[in-house]
Design a protein around this ligand. Structure first.
Ligand code: G3P
Ligand code: MG
Length: 383
C-alpha cells in the first residue's frame, strides 16, 4: 500500500524511535487516509500571505473555507497544499503552526515553502560548508533537509571581528553576541571558518539585517568563500524566491526577497568586475508548479487506499486550482504552466483592483478565498 511506504519513509527520515513519537506521527498523517474513498479529480494550491493569513491572522474566511475540504470525521476530502514563497522554519514546524492558526489538521507534506526545493541540492552540498540567510531558523531548515555543515549568517558573521562596522550601533546584535559569548563556552567557531571556504550561500527567507547581510555576502562571494582574503571564484548563490513585494500586516505591500536580491546584485556588480551569478526558486518558476502537482498526486494516492480496480490507473488530477493574491507571481506561474492549472486571484493581498489584472489575468477573480472555495466546490460537484 502506497500510504504505508510514504508513512514509513517519512517516519524513518524523522528518526522516530519511541512508540509515543510514532503514535504522534501516525495521528499527524492519519487525516490523509480515508477508507473506501473515490479518487478526487481536482486539487487546490493555496498561497499563504495575502490569501490565507496576514501576519498570523487568518483572512478572507480561510478557516471556514479550509474546513469544507475535510469530511465530518476530519479526513481530507479534497487534496490541497500550501504553495508559499515564504518560509524560515522547517515544513514540519510550519505545518503545526498552520494547523493551530487555521484549526484544521495539516501535515508537512501539504506545506511547500520557497526554500523547499533546496532539498534537491543536498547531494551537491551535503558535506560542504554553507551559509543560510534569513529570518526565523534558516540553519535549522537546511539541517532538516540533510545539509551537514550549515551556519546561519548571524553565527558566521559573529566569528569575524569588525566584519560589520555598524554592529556597535545595533542593540539587538550586541545582545545576541553577548549571549553567544558569555552564556556558553565562548565564541568558538563550529567549523574552521578562517581557512575553510564557504561553498554555497542560501537565502532561505527574508533577510533581517540587510546592511550586514549584503556586506557579509559580498565578502563571501567576492573572496571565493573566505572573507578578508584575496578575490576568488564566486561560490553558488541561491534564493528561495524572488518576490519584489508581498502582503504582510502593514496596509501596503512590504519589500520581499526579490528586493533584497536587487540590492545585493546592484551593489555586488558595482564593486566587482564579474556580475553576480545566482539561481532563484519560488513561484512563478514553472518547476514549483510541477513539483506541487506531483505532491498533490502523492496526496491523492495517500488519501485513497489504492483499490484493485485502480491499479495502473493514472492518479493525476484533471484540474488544480491556484488561489493567490499576487498576479505576477501566483497567477503568472499557474498560467505559464497551463493545464491542469486554473488560476484564481483574490482581492485580499497584493491585488485589490475591481477588474482582472491586465498583464497577468487570472481565470477567475474573487474577493476572498472563501468565495474561491465556494466556486470550486459548486463547479466540481455539478460537473
Ligand atoms: O515572504 C513571504 C512572501 O514572499 C510571499 O508569501 O505566501 O504570498 O507566497 P506568499
Ligand atoms: Mg501571497
Amino acid at each position: 500500500m502506497r500510504f504505508r511506504s510514504v508513512f514509513f519513509r517519512a517516519a524513518s527520515r524523522a528518526k522516530l524511535g519511541a512508540p509515543a513519537q510514532q503514535q504522534r506521527f501516525r495521528r499527524t498523517y492519519s487525516h490523509l487516509r480515508r477508507p473506501d474513498s473515490e479518487r478526487p479529480s481536482f486539487g487546490i494550491a493555496f498561497d499563504i500571505d495575502g490569501v490565507i493569513l496576514r501576519g498570523r491572522t487568518p483572512i478572507g474566511g480561510s478557516p471556514q473555507a479550509l474546513r469544507r475540504l475535510y469530511d465530518a470525521d476530519g479526513f481530507l476530502k479534497v487534496p490541497f497544499l500550501f504553495l508559499t514563497n515564504g518560509g524560515g522554519v522547517p515544513e514540519t514546524k510550519r505545518a503545526l503552526e498552520l494547523s493551530e492558526l487555521l484549526k484544521v489538521q495539516i501535515s508537512a507534506l501539504q506545506v511547500v515553502q520557497g526554500h523547499s526545493p533546496f532539498r534537491r541540492l543536498v547531494s551537491r552540498f551535503e558535506n560542504e560548508l554553507i551559509v543560510a540567510i534569513g529570518k526565523g531558523e534558516p540553519a535549522a531548515v537546511m539541517l532538516e533537509y540533510g545539509f551537514k555543515k550549515v551556519l546561519s549568517i548571524d553565527d558566521y558573521a559573529s566569528y569575524f571581528n569588525d566584519i560589520d562596522p555598524l554592529s556597535q550601533y545595533k542593540s539587538w546584535g550586541l545582545k545576541q553576541s553577548y549571549e553567544r559569548n558569555y552564556n556558553s563556552e565562548g565564541l568558538q567557531p563550529k567549523y574552521d571558518v578562517y581557512s575553510e571556504r564557504v561553498k554555497g550561500a542560501f537565502v532561505v527567507s527574508d533577510p533581517v539585517d540587510w546592511g550586514r547581510d549584503i556586506q557579509v555576502l559580498c565578502d563571501i562571494l567576492r573572496c571565493g568563500g573566505l572573507p578578508g582574503k584575496e578575490n576568488g571564484h564566486q561560490p553558488p548563490l541561491f534564493f528561495a524566491a524572488d518576490d519584489l513585494e508581498y502582503q504582510a500586516v502593514f496596509p501596503s505591500e512590504r519589500l520581499g526577497m526579490g528586493a533584497f536580491r536587487i540590492a545585493l546584485e546592484s551593489i555586488y556588480n558595482s564593486i566587482n568586475s564579474r556580475p553576480l551569478e545566482y539561481t532563484s526558486f519560488g513561484k512563478p518558476n514553472p518547476f514549483v508548479f510541477k513539483n506541487a502537482e506531483s505532491i498533490l498526486t502523492k496526496l491523492v494516492t495517500n488519501m485513497c487506499q489504492v483499490k484493485e480496480t485502480m491499479k495502473g490507473e493514472k492518479c493525476g488530477l484533471d484540474t488544480i486550482y491556484m488561489i493567490g493574491d499576487n498576479p505576477k507571481v501566483d497567477i503568472n506561474g499557474a498560467n505559464k504552466v497551463g493545464h491542469p492549472w486554473f488560476s484564481i486571484l483574490t482581492r485580499t493581498g497584493v491585488f485589490r483592483d475591481k477588474n482582472n489584472h491586465e498583464q497577468y489575468p487570472a481565470d477567475l477573480v474573487v474577493d476572498t478565498v472563501e468565495e474561491a472555495i465556494d466556486f470550486i466546490l459548486k463547479k466540481e460537484c455539478t460537473s
